[in-house]
Design a protein around this ligand. Structure first.
Ligand code: ANZ
Ligand code: ZN
Length: 854
């Protein structure tokens, strides 16, 4: 008898599948389409378990849909621009392109043995000129649409990496996430994409994404951050200028006791009086060293100083002081706020510390007019007081009326404010797509003509001073004649944020090799939207938001006919490894140095803290995919990953459970090879005629399994319970008393068919052994027969005084009366009830009969 040898059969079938093109995208148009997509990897050099889990989940979904009659697009590619390539280049003196392509080759080599049904004909790498040519072309579309523009902006400047950083890349201490350098604020001319034009649609269309996790939609909504309120203007005393503020609470305008400007606000120096100048300048300097996170932290004292200037509250005619404070951000709203300490928590904190007056304008509906100073801000809506014309109104109504009044008086208007800011896309780095414009002294910004795309990255890049030269530093590269007037001009030397590359790759996948177009809209509109997108929660905000934005812009340019790129989104959980930490030193100890039964620090002998943590190099808790595949095979690794936890949940890597799945596959192997040995390779014949009880029972087990697995693979992707169902079916086959019946053949084949998406190699091998000449992966998914699910008999529980005493088999059709009769006649009841008086009988149909005795 042959042994299950995963190494042999996996390599064997992978070779044949690739020769026969089994994984290639089918194009038959009569089939419904299904686009299954994993978030494409950054080619860091090594495949880790997180990748394996991601692609396994997508692969099961792709394979199931193929068997269920869909034509499936399941591509793979590389998010290949970005900083690590440059850093590796510096460390090793290799060109970033070489490092990147070598990593791609290596990772592809690691992916192949896992048996993913990927169509490599659609492969792409974002760093390849035939990809970034179209990234540049899309940039030009944005430029034409007025959605790409340059502006002077205060940016986070990393003096070590010599580049601009996004806010998310600066930590709470104001240091770069990558270099650790203290980030500087610098005014630079930068390229932006006008994502704010789409803020409202990006928010509203979240409702269309019924297949997305609620929490991801919430994160996006918060990021967009829509606030409804008013823009109000406060004239400055002695000047012809006004301070505009954005407020969500115009109903509190009679409670304003001061105005605060962000320190960076252009009006700050103008309103500052002579005697306050030195102090104000010093304060501005101090604040410029704080990060946005520090400035807005809830628990931090708010700092600020008076400017000496005064403004007028147009509603009351009162003069109020103008302050500057760190908690007012220049980039949000108008960069200025009206201070209402009675009704805003931050203002209350600030006013209390600074001894500014507190004036009540809103009271709780059931409270009397408050005359005494409150102990904390009342931030809820309520009844307006001390507010002249508006007294007695409820907050929502007062908001409307105050806005109307302000409009009539010319003091302000209704305003909707978004937290979302325009997307800063400029990077002063080498390894990215060059922004395809030319700066001409006569013509200004001139787009590179489409015929001249791509603007290729120069290859003779230098490694100088511990970094890769940016395009600006490459002698000569930027010097070109203006395409429009021929004058000596300069290329733009910024490259694009790599998030741009990943904002449209899913479109290119549908037509990845097109040399003439960004993609053929017919193909893209056919395959899109992605039916199932699978990836990490770390991309819940930026990548998904940017991709949605790109989709809408390209739709508005007439290239796409849909609104949203990703129909359904699955955010998979982390893969965690067993982790050992010394609780006193906080050091992580590699598991190889630890006895799992008695975990102690090998140096100090201290007892170690044991826990599961996301696998990472720094914690020494990673498990290499190759190690698992070499020991057990890819099928076992896949089965374990799918069985161990639902896809959204974290997964604890556990060697014993990996073994468990290996044993299960061995049992299936034996079950089928034993069957083949006895029966010879015999195809499935339809089950006809009267069945014996054993046959009926087995058939019920088979069709119950089909129903359960099919449902588990449906909308909720319960892979873990699906694998349990396969185990149950395998047990039912092992225990069956009808091994020479056609029903048994049906059972064996059903098991193999349903195993195919999970463990594709062993399923293929066993399928062929049972006499099939075509691949199991092109076979149709089994359908369940509802009639087979109906049980002839059920197990009735017999209870005496609520205590279970035994069971009895009864016909499933029996009514209440009959059930009681069967129960009374049962051996169990006879034994326990002998000589006792039955006072009451409780019958729960389909379940139990309970005798109450005296
Ligand atoms: C007066 C007021 C009274 C406010 C009150 C709130 C409660 P969201 O919901 O986040 O949009 N604000 C406006 N611009 C700001 C800036 N640049 N930096 C810091 N704070 C700013 O919040 C809007 C509110 O945040 C605005 O409404 C303003 O304070 C403050 F009882 O105005 B409010
Ligand atoms: Zn010109």
């Amino acid at each position: 008898e042959s042994r299950y040898n995963p190494a042999e059969i996996e390599a064997h079938w992978q070779k044949i599948w690739s020769e026969q093109g089994i994984d290639q995208t089918q194009t038959e148009s009569d089939k419904p389409k299904f686009y299954a997509l994993s978030m494409f990897p950054y080619p860091s050099g090594n495949l880790h378990m997180g990748h394996v889990r991601n692609y396994t989940i997508t692969d099961v979904i792709a394979r199931t849909h193929r068997m269920q009659g869909y034509r499936v697009l399941h591509p793979m590619g590389w998010d290949a621009f970005g900083l690590p390539a440059e850093n590796a280049a510096i460390q090793r003196g290799v060109h970033p392109a070489k490092w990147t392509y070598e990593n791609i080759a290596h990772m592809k080599g690691q992916l192949k043995p896992l048996g993913f049904s990927i169509d490599w004909n659609h492969e792409l790498a974002t760093c390849s000129p035939d990809y970034y040519k179209w990234t540049q072309w899309i940039f030009l579309q944005f430029l034409k649409a007025g959605l790409a523009y340059q502006k002077e902006a205060a940016v986070n400047w990393d003096p070590i990496d010599q580049t601009v950083l996004a806010n998310e890349q600066v930590d709470s201490e104001g240091r770069s996430w990558r270099s650790g350098a203290k980030v500087e604020r610098k005014l630079l001319r930068q390229w932006f994409f006008k994502i704010t034009n789409y803020a409202e649609e990006l928010l509203n269309d979240l409702d269309k994404l019924t297949g997305w996790p609620e929490r991801v939609k919430l994160m996006q909504a918060n990021w967009i951050g829509k606030s409804v309120g008013a823009y109000l203007e406060f004239p400055i005393v002695g000047m012809d200028e006004k301070i505009g503020v954005f407020t969500t609470r115009p109903d509190t305008v009679y409670g304003v006791t001061y105005v605060v400007l962000a320190p960076e606000h252009p009006l700050t120096p103008k309103v500052t009086t002579q005697d306050r100048k030195v102090a104000v300048d010093a304060f501005i300097q101090e604040v410029s060293e704080e990060s946005e996170l520090e400035r807005t932290a809830e628990d931090k004292p708010k700092r600020g100083i008076p400017t000496g200037g005064k403004a007028i509250n147009p509603f009351t005619g009162e003069e109020i002081p103008i302050w500057i404070a760190d908690y007012v951000l220049y980039e949000y709203g108008t960069g200025a706020v009206m201070g209402v300490p009675a009704h805003d928590t931050r203002d209350f904190q600030f006013a209390t510390e600074q001894k500014l007056p507190i004036q009540v304008a809103i009271v709780r509906a059931d409270a009397a007019d408050a005359k005494v100073a409150p102990k904390q801000a009342y931030t809820e809506p309520g009844i307006v007081v001390n507010s002249d014309l508006f007294n007695g109104m409820e907050s929502p109504h007062a908001k409307e009326e105050i806005i109307k009044y302000a409009e009539r008086q010319g003091w302000g208007k209704a305003r909707i404010q978004y937290r979302l800011r325009d997307w800063l896309i400029s990077r002063q780095r080498y390894w990215g797509a060059p922004i395809p414009v030319i700066h001409c002294p006569n013509c200004g910004i001139v787009p590179v003509p489409e015929a001249d795309l791509p603007v290729q990255l120069p290859e003779d890049v230098e490694f100088k001073g511990g970094r890769v030269s940016s395009l600006a530093q490459l002698e000569g590269w930027a010097n070109v004649p203006c395409p429009s007037c021929g004058t000596a001009a300069k290329r733009e030397t910024d490259t694009m944020d790599t998030f741009i590359d990943s904002s449209w790759y899913f479109l290119r996948f549908t037509d990845a090799k097109n040399d003439n177009q960004v993609f053929d809209p017919n193909k893209t509109n056919d395959w899109m939207p992605v039916d199932q997108y699978v990836g990490g929660i770390e991309h819940a905000i930026l990548h998904l938001l940017y991709s949605r934005f790109f989709t809408k812009v390209l739709r508005d340019r007439g290239l796409l006919n849909f609104d949203e790129p990703f129909q359904r989104l699955l955010t998979q959980g982390m893969v965690q490894g067993l982790t050992y930490m010394n609780p006193t030193t906080g050091k992580w100890i590699p598991s190889a140095q630890v006895d799992p039964n008695d975990p102690k620090d090998p140096e100090t002998g201290e007892k170690l803290e044991v826990s599961y943590k996301t696998m990472s190099k720094s914690k020494y808790n990673g498990v290499a995919p190759e190690a698992v595949i070499n020991k057990y095979g890819a099928d076992t690794a896949r089965m374990f990953i799918l069985f161990k936890a639902p896809p959204e949940k974290d997964l604890e890597w556990d060697e014993a459970d990996v073994e468990g799945q290996f044993r299960f596959l061995n049992r299936v192997w034996r079950l089928v090879t034993d069957f083949v040995a006895v029966k010879g390779a015999k195809p499935n014949t339809p089950t006809e005629g009267d069945l014996t009880k054993a046959e009926k029972d087995l058939r019920r087990a088979i069709h119950t399994a089909i129903k359960a697995v099919t449902e588990d693979l449906g909308d909720e992707y319960q892979f873990n319970t699906a694998v349990s169902e396969l185990m149950k079916l395998s047990n039912a086959l092992t225990d069956a008393n009808c091994k020479d019946s056609p029903v048994y053949v049906e059972g064996i084949e059903t098991l193999i068919l349903m195993l195919a998406p999970f463990a594709p190699h062993i399923a293929e091998e066993l399928w062929r052994q049972t006499g099939h000449s075509e691949s199991v992966h092109t076979a149709p998914w089994p359908q369940y027969d509802p009639d087979a699910l109906v049980a002839d008999e059920i197990t009735l529980v017999i209870q005496i005084m609520g205590k279970t005493r035994g069971t009895v088999q009864v016909p499933s059709q029996a009514d209440k009366q009959a059930l009681e009769q069967y129960a009374r006649e049962s051996e169990v009841a006879q034994r326990y009830l002998e000589g006792k008086e039955i006072k009451k009988v409780i019958v729960v149909p389909g379940k139990l009969v309970n005798f109450v005795v005296g």
